[in-house]
Design a binder for this molecule. Structure first.
Ligand SMILES: C[S@@+](CC[C@H](N)C(=O)[O-])C[C@H]1O[C@@H](n2cnc3c(N)ncnc32)[C@H](O)[C@@H]1O
Length: 238
């Protein structure tokens, strides 16, 4: 892991997660794109779960923000009930209004009694300094044979100078990122005794590059990356 530093030529206000998402929450649902994660999530879910199934998935959405991921699962025919966890009160307030999760928790790595069938962490690990802490938390809250879907910006994007740059009121702000290489993710999952079932990338689409000032020169570059993990055996002492 290392801290991403925006290219020197960019003059930009830098925010930590809580302050940054306080600002972005107001426009998040209108500005976030599913180009990074949508196709990856779709592939993972079709691998895991028959849609329109009556099986209920108990979901832990870590870094749930405004509830976009749980909304996606429900609108794609999955029978889910969810607990959402997030550091930002303002993002959670929006999730709360949508009424998609039955429990929302504003705390980093809370200790929960419950174990889950499916855990998500989507577009959030790039803000976390310790990836191992995240994997430790998730794996200790999964049922045996439970699944963990982590999707985020591809580390390649940071190497070409991209990060969480967000348009707010006609200017851009930057919310602090940490770069986690693919080998870091694999090592953390293996350390927790999980099996990697699938690894999938998304790429900057030509159509998107053509209309995006930010990604105009990056058509075809790796944009997102997803890991589908399965927890096979209960961890010792859990
Ligand atoms: C880009 S948003 C993603 C929200 C949602 N997962 C989605 O895909 O729309 C990142 C979210 O991660 C949350 N976050 C960042 N670091 C966190 C941490 N250490 N613990 C819990 N939430 C965190 C932020 O508050 C923010 O709501």
């Amino acid at each position: 892991m290392f801290k991403f530093v925006p290219p020197a030529q960019i003059e930009i206000d830098v925010y930590d997660v809580i302050t940054g998402y306080r600002q972005w929450s107001r426009s998040y649902d209108d500005t976030v794109t599913d180009v990074v994660d949508g196709a990856i999530l779709s592939k993972f879910i079709s691998f895991l779960a028959p849609r329109q199934s009556s099986i209920e998935y108990r979901v832990l959405d870590y870094g749930c923000g405004t509830g976009r991921n749980v909304a996606w699962l429900k609108s794609n025919g999955l029978n889910v009930s969810a607990v959402g966890v997030d550091l930002s009160k303002e993002m959670l307030a929006i999730a709360n209004k949508k009424g998609l999760c039955d429990h929302l928790i504003n705390q980093e790595f809370p200790v929960l009694e419950e174990r889950f069938d499916l855990a998500l962490c989507i577009l959030a690990s790039c803000h976390m300094k310790s990836l191992q802490e995240l994997y430790d938390f998730i794996s200790s809250h999964l049922k045996p044979n439970g699944h963990f879907v982590l999707i985020d910006m591809h580390p390649h994007m940071f190497y070409v100078g991209k990060g969480t740059f967000v348009p707010i009121d006609g200017r851009k702000i930057y919310i602090e990122n940490y770069v986690h290489n693919i080998s870091d993710q694999i090592e953390c999952g293996i350390n927790m005794g999980m099996d990697l079932k699938y690894l999938q990338e998304s790429f900057v689409p030509d159509t998107w590059a053509a209309k995006s000032i930010d990604h105009g020169d990056l058509s075809g570059h790796p944009l997102g990356i997803g890991y589908l993990w399965t927890s096979n055996s209960p961890r010792k002492g859990k």
